[in-house]
Structures are given as C-alpha cells and as structure tokens.
Ligand binder design. Structure first.
Ligand SMILES: Cc1cc2nc3c(=O)[nH]c(=O)nc-3n(C[C@H](O)[C@H](O)[C@H](O)COP(=O)(O)OP(=O)(O)OC[C@H]3O[C@@H](n4cnc5c(N)ncnc54)[C@H](O)[C@@H]3O)c2cc1C
Length: 308
C-alpha cells in the first residue's frame, strides 16, 4: 500500500501515477481540494506533469519586467495552468481521506482513528525553516494584454508583483516580506476572487526520502515556484515506488538541490543589494533576452540579467 500525506498538486499527481499499480491513499488535512495559485510554469515542466491541454489557461512567449517605467523583455515559452481545476479533477478520481491530520510513526501513518501501513510518500508542503514571504493574488475580469508583466519596486525588497492575463480572467498579485497589498499593480477591472498564501524561501537539504513538492524544499527561490520541482521528481519518484529503482530520483534530486542552493545564494545577494540590483533596468532598458531553459534554472536567468 502507498500512503501519500498531502493532497495538494504534488500528492495528487503522485497518487494518480501510482494508482493503477497498487492501492494508494491520499490523506489531507484540508476540507476540499483545489488550491489556486498563479500556476505559471515552463512548457517543459507542463510536459513533465503528464496532464492534458485542457488545464492550460494561457500561453505566453513574452514577459515584461518593469521598474520605474523602464522595461526589460524576456522571450520564453510558458503556460498558465488551472491548478485548482486540476486538483479538483484529480481528487475526484482518487481514494482520499479528509479533513484529517496525518502523523507518520515508523512505517505507519496515524490519521484520526485509523492507522495505515505501507510506503509513505510525503507531499505535505514545506515543514522546515525558511524565510517566509506573503503572497496575495486577485482574479479580475479579463484585460487585453499579450504578455505577463512583472513589476519591481525599491520598497519591496526581494519581492515583486505581476499581471497575468488569460482569456477568461486576469491574475494580479504580489509577493513581499512586507504587506503585499501595498504592491498590487492597478488594473481597473472588477475583482472576482482573492487567494494567497505563504511562500517559503528555503535553503534546501539533500535527503533521500520519498518526498515531492514543497516538502523537499526544492522551490525556485526568487519566485516561489514549486511546480518545476514536482515535474522533475514526479516520474523518478513513481519509478522508485513502483520498481524499487531509486537512482533516477536521487540523481534528479541532487541536481535540483544544486540549482536551488545557487538560487538561494543569488537571491540573498539580490536582497542585500536590492537598489543596486535594480540598476540593471537602467543598463538593460528595452533589451530583450531569450530565456527558455533559464525560466526554470533561475540562477542562469539572474546571471544573464545582473551584473553580479
Ligand atoms: C500566491 C501564490 C502564487 C504561486 N504561483 C506559483 C506559480 O506561478 N508557479 C509555481 O510553480 N508555483 C507557484 N506557487 C507555489 C505553489 O503553489 C507551491 O509550490 C505548490 O502549492 C506546492 O504543492 P505541494 O502539493 O507540494 O504543496 P501544497 O499545495 O502546500 O499541498 C500540501 C498539502 O498537504 C496537506 N498537509 C500538510 N500537512 C499535513 C498533514 N500532517 N496531514 C495531512 N495533510 C497535510 C495540506 O493541507 C496541503 O493540502 C505559488 C504560491 C502562492 C501562494
């Protein structure tokens, strides 16, 4: 039996991939499935998730980075996934028990009055130390824009805000160590919904345990993007659990660990020298950079943009 602790995107995708091979239960403490987030990922990550195109809400070839009226353009290939719909659909097909707290004890998991025994997969979000950022995002009525716009503010040290337009709605949000509401870009459209959450900036530890998602700490440091790591580890983890072959999982986890460690260090530098880093907008104003692989390997993107 497989016991997946956590019914977020990581746990649900893992359980879906294991389901036909054995009995799998997902235990989640939330009452309902379907967490909203911006859902921006590279097309490569999208392919790794093994999900259908019906979950693509928007596709983008360009990101505009803006600071004090100066822009830098990134040519890329990214998609916005409807992550809440994906979670709801996956959850409807799986054996899930909720809302209940799972407590692992050796090879067993205690969940309320039940005790489950089997292989435990932790997909329960980040549980360790981190520098926490606050994120908030509004869905508004759609606007006419063909690219994602990301804003940087000298007062929002280490943070940023964004507009993500899709045909049916626009997402307008910000992350900050301070109050993100201060940095929400003005979009003169009716607000339809609000969501948000805490985003950990984690210095990851290398571990060889069946974990996936934010639980691993392998989260893109600057943006808080956790779906990239899920895409990378999903099928290696499934192979490990199904065939007992852990080599791919360990190899990919080590590579992710190296990349995220780099990102963490670079982000710390950025935070310390924030006003200086923003000078890149004076130097690179109106320039355009190609960033396909770099969208995921942020350490390369930061090196591309910053005179570090
Ligand atoms: C505003 C915002 C915007 C974001 N935008 C992006 C983006 O554009 N691209 C991107 O890649 N990432 C983005 N992220 C990050 C992304 O949301 C996370 O990386 C992602 O949610 C990680 O998924 P997960 O399944 O690992 O963890 P979670 O979604 O946190 O799921 C973990 C689940 O485990 C459950 N749980 C925890 N402990 C227990 C327990 N003991 N027992 C039972 N259940 C438990 C929780 O209830 C939860 O349902 C964003 C985050 C925020 C807040």
């Amino acid at each position: 039996m497989f016991i997946v602790i956590g019914g977020g995107i990581a746990g649900l995708l893992t359980a879906r991939s294991l389901r036909d091979r054995d009995k799998t239960i997902v235990i989640d403490r939330r009452r309902v499935a379907g967490k909203e987030c911006t859902g921006i990922i590279s097309r490569t990550t999208f392919k790794f998730l093994g999900i259908g195109k019906e979950y693509i809400e928007g596709e983008f070839k360009r990101i505009e980075l803006v600071h004090e009226g100066r822009s830098i353009f990134i040519k890329t290939d990214i998609v916005k996934v409807d992550r809440a719909k994906l979670e709801r659909d996956l959850a409807s097909e799986l054996w899930i028990t909720r809302p209940v707290d799972a407590i692992p004890k050796g090879d067993a998991v205690v969940a309320g009055n039940e005790v489950y025994r089997g292989a435990i997969i932790k997909a329960w979000g980040w549980k360790g130390n981190a520098k926490w950022m606050k994120g908030i995002e509004f869905s508004t009525e759609p606007i006419n824009l063909d690219r994602i716009v990301v804003y940087f503010d000298v007062r929002n040290v280490g943070g940023f805000s964004w507009i993500v337009p899709t045909p049916n709605r626009t997402l307008v949000g910000a992350i900050s160590y301070d109050d993100p509401l201060k940095f929400i870009p003005p979009v003169h459209r009716r607000r339809l919904e609000v969501h948000g959450g805490a985003i950990p900036r984690v210095y990851p530890k290398m571990k060889v345990e069946p974990e996936i998602g934010d639980a691993t700490g392998l989260i893109k440091t600057f943006t808080g993007g956790g779906i990239y790591g899920i895409g990378k580890l999903l099928f290696p983890l499934v192979k490990w659990m199904s065939e007992g072959e852990s080599a791919d999982y360990i190899k990919i986890r080590k590579a992710l660990h190296k990349e995220v460690t780099r990102q963490y260090r670079l982000t710390r530098l950025l935070e310390v020298g924030w006003p200086i880093a923003l000078n890149a907008f004076r130097l690179l104003k109106d320039r355009e950079f190609q960033a396909i692989e770099e969208f995921d390997s942020h350490s390369k993107l930061l090196r591309l943009l910053l005179p570090l």
